[in-house]
Each structure stands twice: as structure tokens, then as C-alpha cells.
Ligand binder design. Structure first.
Ligand code: WT7
Length: 631
């Protein structure tokens, strides 16, 4: 069996084999990696507890697989290309030899500052090469990284650090994002006021902003580097040792620390990167995500490096200095594979074709989409204007919890269809279920998307609270992993993800729990109760609509709105700010006090005629009232 599938026949064969004999299938894939010691047992699992163990008894270090094992042949190949925020600044590149050296050196910095295997380290950094180096250095010494996206507020960072009891933080003075300069260290300082577990903060100089360094706690990256050598043997890890924690939103107010482990995650992201994008030697792969999200973990750092690929990392944003930036980067670096998000495509599409004209995009061979459903219009625009009708689009469906891509075309090998994620990758067994959890068989059907068999990249637990993991993902339907997504399977058996069926929003590809936003808004002293729902938004995919009850209807609505937005920015981050805030006198509730979100969603969407049965409401009158005040 080939590691890289090359034809539809091979896909069908691999898929069949992976279902009939999953352990033999994954063992074959896993042989393509470097293990210190091979596993005793490929898989042990039940979805009841859940208990999922892949490659037990095996030992490895993922950085040896990302770096060391390539050095002999690919040592002088470019591993990482960094494109700065400002296009006039110097790019930076790292060969595999250089990246290996930098990672080992920084791994020694971590050790010199007291970090050891099993410690949790929070990383809060801009999109600079040092972020990738920090991540890999943690993995090198067996410390568990918890990257927090640079857009999160002090409160959010503090919650995450406390939950994981991190002992160390790696951050920078600030970040450049488009025309903005963002302070990071001051936000971190504020977060750390409530984080006694942190005893060391390593600070990278990026913006040269004036910041405070706390004596005894804070040290400069560059100073520490000067004291460290670049010889750092990799810590040997058990396959099921934790590799990282990544916090993500769910239907409760508190984000969960999704846990991924060393062996299974490595095998899964390595395999899916090679296959979905059909990576060819010497191709340049550009994923526009931020490393603060799982896409960046899996397909900027680990997936590409595991395959000896060249990964391009971009510090800035797609519309700076103008809406042609991504196309300029493609032309400048001769990018072959571009992996981006529907929200970026829609926003660049709106800026018009002038920004695409004259840009040489001939190097592109394959395109990818990730993070949210891609609408047909954006799919066609991407295919025609960027791919010049010559590049297959892999619409990749997956989640923080899945570690890597589960349902997606294999670029150029399996078929595509606009707005469809198409077929499961080998090893993935999706099923659709109805509300009761009965499997919906046949085609031309829709239901809730579940996965009925484990795959190596899946989450193992939620940090510090295994019961929460069980309740969230494995308790809704017996013996199934529940994704939270709705899905349809067309007449040909192709899958189309239709969006979340729980209280999770997807705003510009950022995952936000409605309860998180509600909790934040409720902190405003005048606010009594809030209900937040999503509504279709032309660019962001979903917008956030908040219905808010105040003690007394605000005299100055604009002022209260501004205050609420400030609170959301402070509690979560600016990306979670509601697009619309409507002050209401009451919310549609059932007699038992449950908010009927279905009705609010319909109103937010503008579907005022078709609200369904409202006679069971405690006070049906509030509905007219809310409709009247709709924004
Ligand atoms: C949710 C997961 C996948 C990494 C980035 C987001 C939605 C993701 C697609 C897609 C339709 C998609 C789902 C999923 N989603 N990719 N190709 N088509 N929906 O990871 O933050 O964990 O969000 O994003 O609703 O459940 P995440």
C-alpha cells in the first residue's frame, strides 16, 4: 500500500482496507515514521469512557520526525519561509538544518529556565518563525504546549493558563498585524496577575515597544539564546504522552482544553497532509491560518515538516497593504499549494478582481479551504480566478478535536463538488444520525454527523476534566463521537457539512460559544439577561446577534452598546464582538424558563413570517416586540 494515494482506485482500496482492518491499515501508515521503539498494540478503545489509545508501547519524539530524520537528505532544503507583515521587510528562511539547530537551541533555553517533560507552557506570540520554533522546542523536551491565539484578551489567557497550570509563558513584546501594532506583553502581564503557577516568562523582541520586565520572572529570548548551545537530544515520549493542549469553545461558557498525544497525532497529520494536498517534493505550501488555531498547528508546522515539505508562514493579514497581498505572496514565493479560509476568499472577492489582475498565479497547483462551509459562489470565484480552473480545491472538513482533516477531496485524485467536503479519508467512518441517535442509512439524507470508529489524530481527553470530554463528545449518542455538525449526504454519497447544530458560532472561521459571549455581556452592570445567536453574514460566514435585557431600557443605546463591546473585547477578544445588539424587554421563553433560541435565530436571520409554533411561550407577546425592534 502506498503512503501517498495516487489514483481513485488506490483511494477506494485504501479506504476498504482501512475499514475492514483498521489496525493493519494504521500500522502500515505508522511504519513510515521514525519510532524509537515500535508499538506493542495498535489500538485499544471504547467510546464509553472514552478510552482511546493508539500505538501503545511505542516511543518517539515528533521533532525527530519533523527535523532530524530529514537532515541527511533534505538538510539544505528550505523548511520554513517567513513572509513579514510589511512586504518591504526582509523575508526569512530556514533550511531543515537551520531549523533543527534553532529548535534545539531554544529547547535548551527552555531547559535552562527550568522547563521539563510534562510541564505545560503557554505560548502567546505573533506569527513569526520563533513561534514555530517555540512550539517545536516544547515538543523536543516533552513539555506540553498550549498556544493561545494572539487575539485573545488577558482574561481569556488567564483562564487558559490557570486551567492547564502552566509553569512557563513564551510571548513577545508585541505584534504587527496589518496597519496595527498590538501590545502582547502588557496583556500577558495583566493575565499573569492571577496566575501564580507561572514562574518564568520568555519574551521575544518583535516590535521594540516599551514594556515592563519583571525581575526574576521575565527574561529576553535573545539573551537566553546567547547562553544556550544547540545540542539537545530529543526527549523520548510514549505514544500516548500529551503533545499539546489547545483550547476551543463549546456550548458552555468555559473553553475546553482539547488534548492531543504524540504518536497518533503525528501519524494522522503526517498522513493527511501528504494525501489531501498531494504534496510533491519541492512544492511550496502556504497555509494562511494562525498557529494559534489548530489549522496552524497541524498544517503550518507539524504536517508539512513531517513530510519534509517547505511551509510558508505569513505574519500579516490578507488585506494589508491591500487586498492583493495573498496573491502577491503566491507570486513572490512561487507558492504551489494555497490553503485558506472561506471568509478570506469572500472578503477578497468583494474587493474585486483588480487586485488579482496581473498577479502571476501560475505556480499554483492545488487549493484548499478550511474552517467553515464554503458557499458555491466563493468556491467558483476561488477556482476560476485563483486556480484558473486548473487547480483542484480540497474543501477540508475537520475540527480542533479531530487533530487533522477527516472529510475532504484528495486534491486531483478524488472528485470535487462546490461546497462539498465530499468523501471520508481512509480510516474515517462517518455516519449520520437522527435526534434519537438512530443511524440514517442510504443517500440523499441529512442528519447529525458522528464518527463511529477512532482515528489516530482524535482528541483523547479535555485537560483536567475527562468527564467533560465524555459528556461533550461521547454521551449524546451511544458509542459515537458527536461532531456538533449537521451534514447531508447527496445521491452519490458525498458529504456536505451544513454547519453547527449546537450553540457554537463560526465567525470568520473563529469558533465562539454563544454562552461565552452571553456571559461576557452579562458582566455589564445594567444587563439582566442576554441571548446570543448567529445569523448569516456575507463575509464572516456568521455574524453575532445579541438580544439584551437591561434593568431599564437604556436611555442612550449607543453608549450602552459601546460599553458592551468593550466588555466582550476585555473578556474574550475583539473578534468575538457582536455585530448587532438589540435591547429588548423580554426573551421568548418556555414555561420552564428555557430560551427558545430557534425563534431568536429566525428573527436574526430576518425570517419573520415563519417562526413556527409560539403558543407554548410563557409570553408570546415578547415575540412581536422583538420583531418590531429588529436591527
Ligand atoms: C468547526 C470546527 C478545522 C480547523 C479549523 C476550525 C467548521 C471546519 C469546515 C469545512 C464546513 C467546516 C465545522 C467544525 N468547519 N471546516 N470544510 N466545511 N464546516 O476548527 O475551530 O475546531 O472548528 O468548523 O462546523 O465543527 P474549529
Amino acid at each position: 500500500m502506498n503512503y501517498q494515494i495516487q489514483s481513485i482506485g488506490e483511494y477506494e482500496e485504501a479506504y476498504k482496507f482501512s475499514i475492514e482492518n483498521p489496525e493493519a491499515f494504521w500500522a502500515e501508515i505508522a511504519y513510515n515514521f521514525k519510532w524509537e521503539k515500535k508499538w506493542d498494540n495498535v489500538l485499544d478503545w471504547n467510546f464509553k469512557e472514552p478510552n482511546i489509545k493508539w500505538f501503545e508501547g511505542g516511543t518517539l519524539n515528533i521533532t525527530e520526525n519533523c527535523l532530524d530524520r530529514h537532515l541527511e537528505i533534505l538538510g539544505n532544503k528550505t523548511a520554513l519561509i517567513w513572509e513579514p507583515n510589511n512586504p518591504d521587510d526582509e523575508i526569512r528562511t530556514f533550511t531543515y538544518n537551520q531549523l533543527h539547530k534553532e529548535v534545539c537551541r531554544f529547547a535548551n533555553v527552555l531547559k535552562n529556565n527550568g522547563a521539563k517533560k510534562g510541564d505545560r507552557i503557554c505560548i502567546y506570540m505573533p506569527m513569526v518563525p520563533e513561534l514555530a520554533i517555540a512550539v517545536l522546542a516544547c515538543a523536543r523536551i516533552g513539555a506540553i504546549h498550549s498556544v493561545v491565539f494572539g487575539g485573545f484578551s488577558a482574561q481569556s489567557i488567564s483562564d487558559r493558563i490557570q486551567d492547564a497550570q502552566c509553569s512557563m509563558v513564551i510571548t513577545a513584546d508585541g505584534a504587527f498585524r496589518g496597519a496595527k501594532e498590538i501590545a502582547l506583553k502588557p496583556i500577558m502581564d495583566e493575565a499573569l496577575v492571577n496566575c501564580p503557577s507561572v514562574n518564568k516568562v520568555i519574551v521575544l523582541e518583535r516590535t521594540k515597544a516599551k514594556i515592563n520586565m519583571l525581575k526574576g520572572r521575565d527574561v529576553w529570548w535573545q539573551d537566553e539564546l546567547a547562553k544556550a548551545n544547540s545540542d539537545c537530544p530529543a526527549e523520548i515520549m510514549d505514544a500516548e504522552d500529551m503533545l499539546f493542549i489547545l483550547y476551543t469553545s463549546g456550548s458552555t461558557g468555559k473553553p475546553k482544553g482539547v488534548v492531543h498525544t504524540c504518536g497518533g497525532y503525528m501519524v494522522y497529520v503526517g498522513y493527511t497532509f501528504a494525501n489531501v494536498f498531494q504534496y510533491q517534493p519541492n512544492e511550496i505550501f502556504f497555509c494562511t491560518a494562525d498557529i494559534g488555531w489548530v489549522t496552524g498547528h497541524s498544517y503550518i508546522i507539524y504536517g508539512p515538516l513531517l513530510n519534509g515539505a517547505t511551509s510558508l508562514m505569513f505574519e500579516g493579514v490578507p488585506n494589508f497593504p491591500d487586498a492583493g497581498r495573498l496573491w502577491d505572496i503566491v507570486a513572490k514565493h512561487q507558492v504551489n499549494i494555497l490553503y485558506t479560509a472561506p471568509t478570506a476568499i469572500r472578503s477578497l472577492m468583494q474587493s474585486g478582481l483588480d487586485f488579482v489582475k496581473g498577479k502571476n498565479l501560475n505556480s499554483l497547483t492545488k487549493l484548499g479551504s478550511v474552517g467553515e462551509p464554503i458557499n458555491e459562489e466563493a468556491w467558483h470565484w476561488y477556482s476560476e480566478n485563483i486556480g484558473k480552473n486548473n487547480c483542484p480545491i480540497a474543501d477540508t472538513w475537520w475540527q480542533t478535536e479531530t487533530g487533522g482533516i477527516l472529510i475532504s477531496p484528495i486534491a486531483g485524485v478524488t472528485p470535487t463538488k462546490p461546497s462539498y467536503a465530499m468523501l471520508p479519508l481512509p480510516g474515517i467512518q462517518p455516519i449520520l444520525v437522527n435526534e434519537k441517535g438512530d443511524e440514517i442509512l442510504g443517500n440523499n439524507v441529512s442528519g447529525n454527523l458522528c464518527i463511529k470508529f477512532p482515528w489516530p489524530g482524535m482528541l483523547r481527553t479535555t485537560y483536567g476534566d475527562h468527564e467533560r470530554c465524555r459528556l461533550n463528545y461521547f454521551a449524546t449518542y451511544e458509542n459515537l463521537y458527536f461532531t456538533g455538525d449537521g451534514c447531508l449526504r447527496d445521491a452519490d454519497g458525498h458529504y456536505r457539512i451544513t454547519g453547527r447544530v449546537d450553540d457554537v458560532l463560526n465567525v470568520s472561521g473563529h469558533r465562539i460559544g454563544t454562552a461565552e459571549v452571553e456571559n461576557a455581556i452579562d458582566k455589564h452592570p445594567d444587563v439582566i439577561e442576554t441571548a446570543v445567536v448567529g445569523y448569516p453574514h456575507d463575509i464572516k460566514g456568521q455574524g453575532i446577534y445579541a438580544f439584551v435585557i437591561c434593568q431599564k431600557f437604556p436611555d442612550d443605546e449607543a453608549k450602552t452598546r459601546t460599553e458592551i463591546l468593550e466588555i466582550v473585547t476585555k473578556e474574550i477578544g475583539a473578534f468575538a464582538k457582536p455585530d448587532k445588539i438589540q435591547f429588548v424587554n423580554g426573551l421568548p421563553k418556555t414555561r420552564s424558563g428555557k430560551i427558545m433560541r430557534r425563534i431568536l435565530r429566525k428573527i436574526a436571520e430576518g425570517e419573520l413570517e415563519n417562526l413556527g409554533d409560539i403558543t407554548t411561550l410563557l409570553d408570546p407577546g415578547v415575540v412581536e416586540d422583538i420583531k418590531g425592534g429588529r436591527l
